[in-house]
Design a protein around this ligand. Structure first.
Ligand code: SAH
Length: 478
């Protein structure tokens, strides 16, 4: 190691920042966050530094730096754009054995400032020994995604119970096991989803029972996996997938997403395709309950958002009846993912003031929808599960007064590398979709907003070429 890593206690201690620009202001801000008393030395201040002074958060000495300014300081940061001043600060501070940092000049520093991930009281510091600060910053960004925002709250909760846990679990080994269970189990997840009171209760309960293990039924997490592109998972979904003992997934959850599940986790396919239920709903409910009763961390993974045409509500009702604890993690629903990747805004001030999601699922051979409501102008209609009944749906819409020339689109496997988009009008959509061989999962978007795709299709030419090739192949096959 080139440097000795430490966390310095500067609370209520005087620290000096030399410089009055944006960089100096940022450094002052960081010191303030750590509770330091900050003095800025600079002949002039930029706006944001001026505001810090006005708010009384820092002291300002309006002067060029001189060694006298170091008196009483415990730490110095030089952030001026004048190399001579920076060097002067470094020399003067070193003469007094004061820790000194000169921004972007490692050779003038006695300490360097790491990139940080702040989940106070937990703080992760990343340094590259001054060799590659950008690399350290990139690593930081990765860690930001891995560490839940509420990690600090979890640490604070643990801090509050630290003494009690020490008394409860006298030997180091059982204490370690206890804390590991807290940090990796349902109690931590309660904190992450904002249920701090429940977490506190659960923690107290375990302490009172004096067991190292958080007992009882497992937990079911109903997790939305988004529309298919693994990049569109939420951080929370990913974390739970990497923690699950068992993952019960349906057919909309693609391989790319399943690859991200913890390797040792059991995977159970509960797929659902129109008319081809791998497991009837009742059996899925029983399965989830059984797995949870075995004490497992169960992730029920669903395409899109679990509460949008996902039967998530039904599964949770069954769990609630059985007294199994559960949490829900939202996902990007197909309508939102698909519209973004197709360059079709769902609302637009000039075209659509509302958007309606409906299911085009056939029941006994026909679709029953509120047609009057759907044909009203200035809205966008998104139809889930509408491939089979598309012709019927478009016909009914026109019969109820929708203009046959209204723009409409069909998007197959939106957001994935296989995405295909067919644009047409309500009058021609069914025919065009059939001609292109569109298959589920696909979503119909109907409304003036579809015309915006011409200008907003950011996926661009590569995608268009791919679509064209596939369309050609479909035509030859037909
Ligand atoms: N809960 C899911 C919807 C389940 S219903 C969600 O919130 O997205 C299944 C229907 O969703 C499919 O028939 C299709 O209409 C739509 N769908 C899901 N993923 C899709 C995708 N990647 N592209 C287009 N449509 C999709």
């Amino acid at each position: 190691m080139d440097y000795f890593p430490v966390f310095l206690d500067v609370r209520n201690r005087p620290c000096l920042v030399v410089g009055g620009g944006e960089v100096a202001t940022r450094k002052a801000g960081l010191l303030l966050k750590s509770g330091a008393r900050v003095t800025l030395v600079a002949p002039a201040l930029c706006d944001s530094a001026g505001q810090l002074v006005e708010r009384g958060e820092v002291l300002h000495v309006p002067a060029r730096f001189s060694p006298g300014h170091l008196r009483g300081m415990v730490l110095v940061i030089a952030a001026t754009d004048d190399a001579a001043v920076n060097e002067e600060v470094s020399v003067a501070a070193n003469a007094l054995h004061l820790p000194v940092n000169v921004v972007d000049s490692p050779q003038l520093c006695s300490f360097i400032v790491p990139s940080i991930v702040d989940r106070s009281p937990v703080v992760v510091a990343i340094g590259s020994s001054g060799k590659a600060p950008v690399l350290a910053r990139l690593l930081r960004t990765r860690l930001e995604g891995l560490i839940p925002q509420a990690y600090g709250k979890l640490a604070a909760l643990a801090g509050a119970f630290r003494e009690q846990a020490k008394q409860r679990f006298a030997d180091v080994e059982s204490r370690r096991r206890f804390w590991e269970n807290v940090f990796e189990g349902p109690i931590a997840e309660m904190v992450f989803s904002g249920r701090e009171a429940a977490a506190r209760h659960a923690l107290l309960d375990v302490l009172n029972r004096g067991e190292g293990k958080v007992r009882g039924a497992g937990q079911v997490y109903l997790v939305g996996a988004g529309p298919g592109n693994p990049d569109l998972l939420t951080f929370r979904a990913l974390r739970l997938m990497q923690k699950a003992d068992v993952v019960v997934y349906d057919h909309l959850v693609g391989d790319g997403i399943l690859d991200l599940v913890r390797r040792d986790a059991q995977r159970i396919y509960a797929g659902k395709q129109a008319g081809n239920h791998a497991l009837p709903q009742g059996e899925i409910n029983v399965l989830l309950e059984r797995l949870a009763r075995e004490g497992k961390c169960v992730v029920r993974l669903k395409g899109g958002d679990p509460f949008v045409f996902g039967r998530g509500g039904e599964e949770l009702e069954a769990l609630a009846d059985a007294g199994i604890p559960f949490e829900v993690v939202p996902g990007i629903t197909a309508a939102c993912g698909v519209s973004s990747y197709a360059g079709i805004p769902l609302t637009h001030r000039d075209h659509a003031q509302s958007v309606t999601f409906v299911t085009g699922h056939l029941k006994e051979g026909s679709v029953n929808l509120d047609w009057e409501a759907l044909v009203r102008p200035h809205q966008t209609v998104v139809i889930y599960m509408g491939v089979g009944a598309l012709a019927q749906i478009c016909e009914r819409l026109v019969a109820h007064g929708m203009a046959p020339a209204l723009p409409a689109a069909m998007v197959e496997r939106g957001t994935t590398s296989d995405q295909r988009v067919v644009t047409a009008t309500v009058g021609t959509l069914a025919q065009e979709a059939a001609r292109a061989g569109i298959e589920p999962p696909a979503l119909a978007i109907i409304g003036e907003v579809v015309s915006l795709r011409k200008r907003l299709n950011w996926l661009g030419e590569a995608q268009a070429a791919r679509e064209e090739a596939k369309r050609g192949a479909a035509e030859i096959a037909a």
